[in-house]
Design a protein around this ligand. Structure first.
Ligand code: PEP
Length: 252
């Protein structure tokens, strides 16, 4: 697995101009951690402002439409995100899959649209608690990857996968180290099955209640290439503690 540890903040539907001071502080400190790749996905309304406010970190959207333009009220396309200064977009977050009824096929189209627009894509997958309790977690996540991974020519260099167990998002609960390790291995195997040798280089992030006090343990797990962070990315202080944990591991 190649690349620096990748720590990405997902602000979800949080943030007005008042939060630009947080992103400036994140950016200033990220410059001190060159061994960590840091990024934030603010709400789309802030993309232009955040682009102007930062120099070091990446910035991204939280979703995109599969089409480039058209009669899709309220939606934002991948070329529009790119035009606003985004470097990447998240697709297939469980809140989109559940609350907006997005299917694997929808997510795949969005990921393909993002890559075609020159954005990197962070593709989210993850099982519900009922699916894990039924012993189906790896089967469910494997099926999501099968259905939603973009089909592209060559190695998917601009693709990351984020494993986010739905039951761990915003709950303060995290899977055991063994369960994360087993799932990331299973995701790796599936990516190699889909992409061939190039699948070995796709970064796999963990997401779900990552905080300062569990980040080092989670980021030390084999094949965990970074973290997608929700709640703890909303202040520079809590987000930078996670970035700092990643930097300490990278220094070892
Ligand atoms: C997320 O929604 O992507 C997420 C990981 O949220 P939290 O860190 O708050 O669990």
């Amino acid at each position: 697995m190649a690349g620096l540890p990748y720590i990405v903040g997902n602000w979800k539907m949080n943030g007005t101009r008042a939060m630009l001071s947080e992103v400036r502080a994140i950016d200033r400190s990220a410059a001190r951690f060159p061994k960590v790749q840091v990024a934030v996905a603010p709400p789309a309304t802030l993309l232009y402002r955040v682009r102007d406010a930062v120099e070091v970190i990446g910035i991204g959207g939280q979703d995109c439409h599969a089409k480039d333009s058209g009669a899709f009220t309220g939606d934002i396309s991948a070329p529009m995100l790119k035009d606003a200064g985004a470097d990447f977009t998240i697709v297939g977050h469980s809140e989109r899959r559940t609350l907006h009824g997005e299917s694997d096929a929808d997510v795949r189209s969005k990921a393909e649209a993002a890559l075609a627009a020159g954005l990197a894509a962070i593709l989210c997958v993850g099982e519900t608690e009922a699916e894990r309790d039924a012993g189906r977690a790896e089967e469910v996540v494997g099926g999501q990857l099968e259905g939603s991974c973009p089909r592209i020519d060559g190695a998917p260099e601009k693709l990351s996968v984020a494993y986010e167990p739905v039951w761990a998002i915003g709950t303060g609960r995290v899977p055991s180290v063994e369960d994360v390790a087993a799932m990331h291995k299973s995701i790796r195997d599936k990516l190699v099955a889909i992409y061939g040798a190039g699948g070995a280089d796709v970064r796999i992030l963990y997401g779900g209640s990552v905080k300062a006090d569990n980040a080092a343990e989670l980021l030390s797990i084999p094949d965990v290439g970074g973290a997608l962070v929700g709640g703890a990315s909303l202040t520079a202080e809590s987000f930078l503690a996670i970035v700092g944990a990643a930097a300490s591991l990278a220094d070892d």
